[in-house]
Design a protein around this ligand. Structure first.
Ligand SMILES: [Mg+2]
Length: 198
């Protein structure tokens, strides 16, 4: 299958990295569980939006962001099993070079630029499965959707867009195996492509 994987807060722990940076710099004590909305700045009422998002524009920041537990192991497994992987990220162009070199290609060295698609509108990208923590990215049609559970998306009803919520990369792997099996059966019986009807 062609599997589209989001980068921030799916392949790596961006929120945790941002909080470490902002808490150290401004003396705040916000934890990942306090981030219950997509807009990080809401958890820092005393700081400006520019202050909260300042780490992304610090060239040294990306080296401090850590991979998501299990992401490397499962990604290798999926590649070994013959799936095609594309990292689809809405990364801002100003931060792109440092973020790719110090984060994506550093922790996932078997990925290169040919595996990366930069897109603010992920619905435009074709694939069999999309894994993302952003509810706004899971609105496309004709693609299976996996919502990566994070405190900032807990209030979102994933079923409203036909997505399945998973808590970690092992669950992602199990869900992908299930979808692959469904597609295989679909092909065998000739009933469509085994894709979600929406
Ligand atoms: Mg994300």
């Amino acid at each position: 299958m062609t599997i589209l994987v989001d980068m921030d807060d799916v392949l790596e722990q961006l929120v945790e990295g941002m909080l470490r940076y902002v808490n150290a710099r401004y003396g705040t004590t916000v934890s990942p569980e306090d981030i219950t909305e997509w807009n990080l700045a809401k958890a820092f009422p005393a700081l400006t939006r520019e202050m909260v998002y300042s780490p992304e524009y610090d060239e040294d920041f990306w080296k401090t962001v850590e991979p998501m537990p299990g992401a490397d192991r499962i990604l290798r497994k999926l590649l070994d099993e013959g799936h095609e992987i594309y990292v689809v990220t809405a990364t801002e162009y100003e931060t792109l070079k440092q973020k790719m070199e110090d984060l994506l290609f550093r922790w996932f060295p078997y990925l290169d630029w040919s595996h990366v698609i930069i897109a603010a509108n992920k619905q435009m990208i074709r694939g069999d499965v999309l894994i993302d923590d952003g509810p706004h990215n899971l609105t496309g049609k004709g693609i299976r959707k996996i919502l990566f559970d994070r405190p900032h998306n807990r209030s979102f009803d994933e079923k409203s867009v036909g997505a399945v919520r998973v808590k970690d990369w092992d669950e992602i792997y199990r869900e992908i195996c299930r979808i692959a099996e469904e597609q295989r059966k679909g092909y065998e019986t000739g009933y469509g492509e085994g894709r979600e009807k929406n």
